[in-house]
Design a protein around this ligand. Structure first.
Ligand code: NAD
Length: 495
């Protein structure tokens, strides 16, 4: 989509006001909850409020979801009709793409050029993908003795609770909501308190598309209250989550303390991006590696935040990388000339500052960046840190910011050892013109995705899998529909 600055500016002046929850097909005031200020990270200014939901608000949403599921207006709707509604929703997202992108950028600070594709663009594609898929997922007949007919039905699980983070709310929200709805479930979604606006708008669009009341509910609020109520509910059948490991552990405990609901976790990463001496155009690989680390200010789960470069090219590569980092224009996320926007929240900005301080203390070398950019908004310079040791915190811990650690390796074996020496295993990248080496690396790396001679860009057709402590589940791909289905056996004796 060609973007026009005047169109963006016109939309960014609109007021947000006091947003309510979307429950049972309508906007609802809170029952005993409070409000949360919506602070725009690009300006540091308040642009509106969302509801800090009470337990009663969340319970009302879960009850509405259950009622709608039992009523069957969606769960038993003919698949072709459900498909038409999901297609319509994709169309409405496309219609309002720029509105959604600008609203989202005001909420979470992602640069608009990235947001337009990654948020409404990807959400529309996701609803289309699962809409197309939903009548192509069949049950089974198992081989049995002649007097038996054994049918395996696939049924929706019931009520799906979805809890998502702030970095790409629409994209990640759609990765969960679309397959859950495609399978015939009802959904209660809690966005991050730091980025709820576009998902509230998505609920409104779903109703406009024809999703029946109660089938898709969006409730805002804090994790420890609203999120916990969803997690502990005996009336939520499956929990699907993207966020930090610490919260993922809470969710597993909630499941154990309630109804043993299945919990699908997509968590953090510290993903190695490995550059071999035969990578090809060194300047270009450095530019793309900088983008892999600094796009959306590094607030990308699969961000290539741990660079491993072969010793023989370390110095020229570091120089090219620093040049790319320094040439990255960080600024107002709503300006088309900004390459990179704002850090999502003040707390996250402070985390970046602390990570650099920690690196200095650990004896690492700040190659470039390392500072907050002065002003009202939350901006941080793209930062490259040469790690002094394999145990430096900047190598081990996810910063979730524009902070890239660099280590070097001598040969393939050492690259593999360093890359896999992490409790995370989400993504990775390999840059080499040697196809055999690239395939060997794909086999040896412990990660849910290995990018070869590129970084990022995998689409809805391919799963994003969390391995090790990056999660126990996956999003995307046809197979994701099964997360929201249960199997039922009909064992029939034939007369
Ligand atoms: P977070 O874990 O702090 O919050 C995620 C969600 O959980 C929010 O909606 C929050 O309100 C909720 N929450 C917080 N405490 C809770 C509790 N006690 N009970 C229930 N819900 C609770 O994560 P974040 O800061 O929003 O996002 C950043 C993290 O997400 C990073 O670790 C990042 O790597 C990860 N992430 C992973 C992926 C992926 O696909 N693997 C994608 C994006 C982000």
């Amino acid at each position: 989509m060609a973007l026009d600055q005047a169109e963006i500016d016109r939309r960014s002046a609109s007021t947000v006001g006091s947003m309510r929850n979307f429950i049972d097909g309508d906007w609802r005031e809170s029952d005993g909850g409070g409000q949360i200020e919506v602070i725009s990270p690009g300006s540091g200014q308040q642009i509106g409020t969302i509801i800090d939901s009470s337990e009663a608000d969340i319970s009302a949403a879960i009850a509405a979801a259950r009622r709608s599921f039992v009523a069957g207006h969606w769960s038993r709707m003919a698949p072709q009709q459900r498909k038409a509604i999901l297609f319509k929703l994709a169309e409405l997202i496309d219609r309002d793409a720029l509105d959604l992108a600008v609203l989202g950028v005001r909420d979470n600070g992602t640069e608009i050029g990235m947001a337009i594709a990654a948020e409404p663009g990807s959400a529309a594609a996701t609803f289309r993908f699962y809409g197309e898929a939903l009548d192509k997922v069949n049950g089974d007949i198992t081989p049995t003795a002649p007097e038996i007919l054994s049918l395996i039905h696939r049924e929706p699980v019931g009520v799906v609770g979805a809890i998502v983070p702030w970095n790409f709310p629409l994209m990640i929200g759609a990765w969960k909501v679309a397959p859950a709805l495609a399978a015939g479930n009802s959904v209660v979604l809690k966005p991050s308190e730091a980025a709820s606006l576009t998902l509230l708008r998505l609920a409104e669009l779903a109703a406009e598309a024809g999703v029946p009341a109660g089938v898709f509910n969006v409730v805002t609020g804090q994790g420890a209250t609203a999120g916990q109520t969803i997690g502990l509910s005996n009336d939520v059948d499956v929990l699907t989550f993207t966020g930090s490991g610490i919260v993922g552990r809470h969710l597993l405990r909630y499941a154990a303390d309630s109804n043993f609901k299945a919990v699908h976790l997509e968590l953090g990463g510290k993903s190695p991006n490995i550059v071999f001496e035969d990578c090809g155009d060194l300047e270009e690989v450095a530019r793309q590696s900088a983008r892999a680390a600094f796009a959306n200010s590094g607030q990308v789960c699969v961000s290539g935040s741990r660079l491993l470069v072969q010793e023989s090219i370390r110095e020229p590569f570091l120089a090219a990388l620093a040049k790319a980092a320094d040439g990255t224009v960080v600024g107002d996320p709503l300006r088309l000339d900004s390459h990179v926007g704002a850090i999502g929240t003040k707390a996250q900005l402070e985390k970046n500052v602390r990570a650099v301080e920690q690196a200095r203390v650990a004896g690492d070398t700040i190659v470039t960046g390392g500072e907050q950019i002065a002003g009202d908004g939350y901006f941080f310079r793209p930062t490259v840190i040469a790690a002094g040791s394999e145990d430096s915190p900047v190598v081990r811990e996810e910063v979730f910011g524009p902070v890239l650690s660099v280590q070097s390796f001598r040969d393939e074996d050492e690259a593999v050892r360093l890359a896999n020496d992490s409790h995370y295993g989400l993504a990775s990248g390999v840059w080499s013109q040697n196809i055999s080496r690239a395939h060997r690396m794909v086999r040896r790396l412990q990660a849910g995705v290995v990018h070869v001679n590129c970084y990022g860009g995998a689409d809805i057709t391919a799963p994003l899998v969390g391995t090790k402590q990056s999660g126990n589940g996956f999003d995307r791909s046809l197979a994701a529909i099964e997360k929201y289905q249960k199997r039922k056996t009909a064992w029939i004796r034939l007369g």
